[in-house]
Design a protein around this ligand. Structure first.
Ligand code: FES
Length: 128
């Protein structure tokens, strides 16, 4: 019961708090090879660190891959460590949920950035 009240409190917070954006990849249009398909099992997330130090969260949802910015806009938790439920991820820290297809936050108005994932020859590529 107490946990539910705390969860409700966080749902009421405004969406953009300034966390996470400093490590959001800058849009360049570049396609970057980040790893092999077999290294990200179904139902799992992985952190992708790019050469400039920015990060993405990559997920394998029933064989379909999604990428979003890695840090939760609420308080900066790494979303790659969140809990997957279908094409949504729930932040481990306070339970905000994000649709991996659109980036939309399901608790508040707003969204995280999404990135196109391309699978070619068993390799995972992300358009930054
Ligand atoms: S850091 Fe609070 S919900 Fe993600």
């Amino acid at each position: 019961m107490r946990a539910e009240l705390r969860y409700d409190f966080y749902e009421m917070k405004p969406f953009e708090t300034g966390f996470g954006s400093f490590k959001r990849p800058r849009r360049t249009g570049q396609v970057v090879t980040v790893g092999r398909v077999r290294d990200v099992p179904e139902g799992r997330g992985a952190t992708v660190e790019l050469l400039d130090g920015s990060e993405l969260a990559l997920y394998n949802v029933a064989g379909k891959f999604y990428a979003i910015e890695n840090f939760c806009p609420h308080r900066g938790a790494p979303l790659a460590d969140g809990q997957l439920c279908g094409p949504t991820v729930m932040c481990d820290w306070h339970g905000w949920r994000f649709d991996l297809r659109t980036g939309a936050c399901l608790n508040n108005a707003g969204a995280v950035e999404t990135y196109t994932v391309i699978i070619e020859d068993g390799m995972i590529k992300i358009k930054i």
